[in-house]
Design a protein around this ligand. Sequence first.
Ligand SMILES: *Cc1c(COP(=O)(O)O)cnc(C)c1O
Length: 432
Amino acid sequence: MFVSDHLGINQQHHLTIGGVDTIELAEQFHTPLFVMDEDKIRDHCRQFRHSIEEYYQGAGLVCYASKAFCCKQMYRIAKEEGIGTDVVSMGELYTAMSVDFPVEKICYHGNNKTPQELEYALECGVGRIVVDNLSELHLLNDLAGNMGKKAVILLRVTPGIDAHTHQFIRTGQLDSKFGLAIELGLAMEAIKQAIQLPHIVLDGIHCHIGSQIFDIDPFEHAAEVMLSLIAEVQTTLDFSLKTLNLGGGFGIQYTDSDDPVAYDCYMKRVSEVVKKKATELGLPLPYIIIEPGRSIVGPAGITLYTVGNIKEIPNIRKYLAVDGGMTDNPRYALYQAEYNFLIANRADAPKDDTVTVAGRCCESGDLLGEHIKLQSAQVGDILAVCATGAYNYAMSSHYNRVAKPAVIMVSGGVAKEVVRRETLEDLTRFDI
Ligand SMILES: *Cc1c(COP(=O)(O)O)cnc(C)c1O
């Protein structure tokens, strides 16, 4: 009945997460509230880490894509689980540095990094800067030269793969704002230039084909294309690209219609392709990096809301309004993302009603879902939305000057606050 096995129902008929009663959490910490199962997050980190150890003999690193959910505790977890992290802004890097994240395990991404950001990344000494384009390559070389440093980089290339996912989260195809297209010869040109530049150390290449992808085929295909490029560089330039970063994008289950593969399947199948192709091309096995974001935190999180106004328009629809909305979860407004909903205080009652869940913002598009099957709800009920651990808190906004919710993590049956709820003073802090 549940999309995730860490959710349950107790004797009070209340939804539980990691064994903790969600209604008690709502009473203690108020709503809207993000609740994440820390044990589950750690388990996902381990599954990915072990999949490299088990299936790939060439060594590698899991880098958690922290844009999915970023806070100090999340970096502490990644650090303790022995994985690395991806950052895409000074803010993310600063947060990682504030918990002494091992810099050699950080990849710095972005399609338009500012000179200040690049300097900061060099100053911190991040392990790899993933360079997106030629102008960034030259800018970084100059900055590194001025600072008396060498920049270790990967070049982001687009392998020309069209993964079957929503157009806003597709990134591997030719028409993308990210990266250097292999098929236009831009990747090769950038590699040639990078090798020549005195303050650049070209460590390898990177691709990321999209997000919420269920098929393994496009990942295998990407690995093949990338290995061919490594081979071409080896033969034509006599230069060996040591690291192959294959990105993230592994799909998770939001609703019953989603059918994700087990996390270790990616490395199992991709390793086969990499080993086979490397042997075929006479290449040493590259150091592999994978960058799961959504799959590490998404299924671990839920959001709790209090049901407010219920408005029935005869023969049209029933609106159920909650005390959050697009400010804490803009994904339905952005791309009609679907979720599983339930009334947490009557979690095992039959879902015999159909509703539209509306947020509290002054925007008709502020909905969390339409045609939602739900237990019949009353004012004051607690509504739970499942699998909201990724790209929810991270995408939250202050629209309508709504304060951001708290984030709670549960572990071993105990709940702790990891991001506190914003106060009214927080909201006016920057006003002059
Ligand atoms: C977003 C992103 C990821 C993570 O994608 P998920 O779908 O969350 O796994 C990994 N690498 C890069 C470069 C990204 O931009």
